[in-house]
Design a protein around this ligand. Structure first.
Ligand code: SF4
Length: 374
């Protein structure tokens, strides 16, 4: 057996059974590959089935509303992925009559589909012999060849692409790519843990021969993440909870959150903040601190739950709201319509809506779970 046969027969015996592999239609491969970016396989499984249940086709995805697809993505993070999925579905409807394009080059032209995803779809769903270079393939390339330059540099990616392009099985390109992905996930593990004794490629591996498997691949030292302190307010009013819609651009764009401010506030300041929104606070409770880690920054969050009585429009009757509710008399209660306070769009939601309707990112998950639990 040559090395390709050894790799493919290892794959046939050991491959992971994953929902998207059971029916690898182009749409299924596309959705799964986008979900799997920066996200663990186990975490993706339930999202994948729920997403396909609601949006089973390119057309359904193209026609879905923003709140619908954001809700299906709630908790997965990197929300630009689902926005791009939706955008690309529109492009497929318009340019390809609803059929996924079949080639690497055409797939690359769609929103949110980069080199890796285009190669994965083209090879797995359409049998095009193009390597799908992800972190697993880069690590294996570095170890097999003894490549000791920075693996994150674009030169390394090009080198790996050339290396695998010369090697990829023209008969089973999709299986070839997935075999390497599985080998990286199960055997050629990162850091100190490669399982070389179980590896079908060990007799072709430069790092194994030299005994320096764990020194490869070479990565530049990680930069420290920036830390943002913030205070989050879970404000109860009239049996409902105050939410804020984030701006359409920037981090977590268009998602829903509990009102918050940068910096840590003490109780006194937190009560003043509630007053600045027009609420008279009856009771305040400090919630457990929370932390959320993004790729380049961390949020260290202090939380307060505030139970309120009356609401009085904090800016008089003409600037706090844009709608007819602005004309209500002070003390008449928080209007049903969206409020514009201090440049923010806020509104009251009930707990069923927190669960089923508004997409609240994981950064606020601790506060959302606290509410749903209580
Ligand atoms: S022999 Fe070891 S280091 Fe080399 S590819 Fe296999 S698992 Fe990775």
């Amino acid at each position: 057996m040559d090395r390709t046969e050894k790799l493919l027969s290892w794959y046939d015996e050991n491959r992971r059974i994953l929902p998207w592999r059971e029916d690898p239609s182009p749409y299924h491969v596309w959705i799964s590959e986008i979900m799997l970016q920066q996200t663990r396989v186990e975490a993706v499984k339930s999202y994948y089935s729920a997403f396909l249940e609601e949006l089973p086709s390119v057309r359904a995805l193209a026609e879905a509303g923003e709140d619908e697809y954001l809700k299906l993505w709630e908790g997965l993070g990197y929300y630009s992925r689902v926005r791009n999925l939706h955008k690309a579905a529109g492009e497929i409807m318009e340019r390809y009559d609803g059929e996924m394009p079949r080639t690497y080059e055409e797939l690359r032209s769609l929103s949110g589909i980069g080199e890796y995803t285009a190669a994965a779809i083209a090879s797995i769903a359409f049998g095009e012999a193009v390597p799908a270079i992800d972190g697993n393939l880069l690590r294996i390339f570095s170890r097999l060849t003894g490549y000791a330059e920075n693996i994150l540099a674009s030169a390394a990616k090009k080198e790996a692409f050339r290396y695998y392009s010369d090697w990829i099985s023209p008969e089973r390109p999709g299986a070839f790519n997935q075999a390497l992905m599985d080998l990286g996930a199960m055997v050629c593990l990162p850091n100190t843990a490669p399982q070389c004794a179980d590896c079908p490629l060990s007799s072709y591996c430069a790092a194994h021969e030299a005994g320096n498997e764990t020194a490869l691949p070479v990565r530049p030292a990680k930069k420290k993440r920036a830390v943002d302190k913030m205070t989050v307010f879970v404000i109860h009013h009239d049996g409902r909870i105050l939410l804020n819609k984030r701006p359409a651009q920037g981090l977590l764009a268009g998602l829903y959150e509990f009102p918050n401010v940068s910096g840590w506030m003490n109780e006194k300041k937190a009560l003043q903040y509630a007053q600045s929104l027009g609420f008279s606070a009856l009771r305040i409770v400090r919630l457990p601190d929370a932390k959320h880690i993004f790729s380049h920054r961390e949020w260290h969050i202090r939380g307060y739950e505030i139970f309120t009585g009356d609401w009085n429009d904090p800016a008089g009757d003409d600037t706090a709201t844009g709608g007819p509710a602005a004309e209500k008399a002070p003390g008449a209660g928080l209007p049903e319509e969206e409020l514009r306070i201090a440049g923010r769009t806020m509104f009251l939601a009930d707990s069923a809506e927190l669960e089923s309707r508004w997409s609240i990112p994981s950064a606020f998950a601790a506060f959302r779970s606290h509410l749903l639990k209580n």
